[in-house]
Design a protein around this ligand. Structure first.
Ligand SMILES: [Zn+2]
Length: 313
């Protein structure tokens, strides 16, 4: 069976894996992500070489957290990596002697869910990842949609509040300022300062100080029923539900897949998000709604998707 290697290059680690045509990972290898571009390329090549020494590999797919050009060769800009106009395909091909494709990591994750995860059976899939910020990927009619300039599905920077909170992108009022791990924490802190009694469990987990609150405290307190933590989840979930409704009216998918660290909280996010989504869609006269499912491949989606895209290159 033809095997390919997928490599997920994130801000902290380079995670590689040998993947079968069925999307099964049979071996993995990981290294910390170096600080500079040249070392990062070398570490990716090392991970590939280690896996290729033990398996017969046909091609390599690299999922990178950044904007990738339309030929899937050059990483134009990667905010958390050292790359600016990095000719990653050429660099890695020269080092490993295998065909290489480069893809945006969120696109790779969406492709993996479509092929082997929660998007199986759909033909128009929109994936949205709610983590520190918001990422996304679009599969239309069975093909990954990349856009003309490599910024398709960057849903996090759609403006949802005019003159709203400033965003790292330079804009204001972006979606991810109101629906993300960061937004969850901001809501929880504000709630705890307003109503320390209501947030008793939340503050206890943070050692008594709202400024020491972390994402996992909010999730744990919400699971235990802390009203301020539950309300923080509801707030970001309602923004998510409205955002998904807006995407219905631009992309009309048959399936949404929601992943990312915040989505791991499960029902705390999904129950209010689905309620807000269905209400918003029905209010606008739509009877049929795309189903919303939690991501299935979680932390492995980028790797599996990149490997699969290398196979169908
Ligand atoms: Zn933004």
């Amino acid at each position: 069976m033809a095997l390919t290697v997928g490599v997920d290059v994130g801000g902290t680690k380079v995670l590689g894996g040998v993947v079968t045509a069925d999307g099964e990972i049979i071996e993995t290898s990981r290294r910390p992500t170096p600080k500079d571009a040249e070392h990062t390329a070398r570490v990716i090549a090392e991970v590939v070489a280690e896996l290729a020494a033990k398996h017969e590999i046909e091609a390599v797919g690299i999922g990178a957290a950044g904007y990738v050009d339309a030929t899937r060769s050059v990483v134009l800009h990667a905010p958390n990596l050292a790359w600016r106009d990095e000719p990653l395909k050429a660099r890695i091909e020269a080092l490993v002697n295998l065909p290489v494709v480069v893809e945006n990591d969120a696109n790779a994750a969406a492709w993996a869910e479509y092929r082997h995860g929660a998007g199986k059976g759909s033909s128009h899939l929109v994936m949205i990842t709610v983590g520190t910020g918001i990422g996304g990927g679009i599969v239309l009619d069975g093909a990954l949609y990349r856009g003309a300039f490599g910024v398709a599905a960057e849903f996090g920077h759609i403006q949802v509040v005019r003159d709203g909170l400033p965003c790292g992108c330079g804009g204001r009022g972006c979606f991810e300022q109101y629906c993300s791990g960061k937004a969850l924490l901001r809501q929880a802190k504000a709630g705890a300062e307003r109503d320390p009694d209501g947030a008793r469990r939340l503050l206890e987990l943070a050692g008594g100080k709202s400024e020491d609150l972390q994402g996992q405290h909010v999730t744990q307190a919400a699971h235990e029923g802390d009203p301020i933590a539950v309300a923080a989840f509801r707030s970001i979930a309602e923004v998510l539900g409205q955002g998904l409704c807006d995407l219905v009216f631009s992309l009309d998918p048959d399936r949404f897949v929601v992943g990312g660290g915040v989505a791991e909280a499960g029902d705390l996010l999904f129950v209010p998000a689905i309620a807000a989504y269905e209400k918003a869609v029905h209010e606008r006269g739509r009877k049929q709604v795309a189903e919303i499912r939690p991501a299935a491949l979680v932390n492995w989606a980028g790797l599996v998707g990149a490997a699969d895209l290398a196979r169908v290159r």
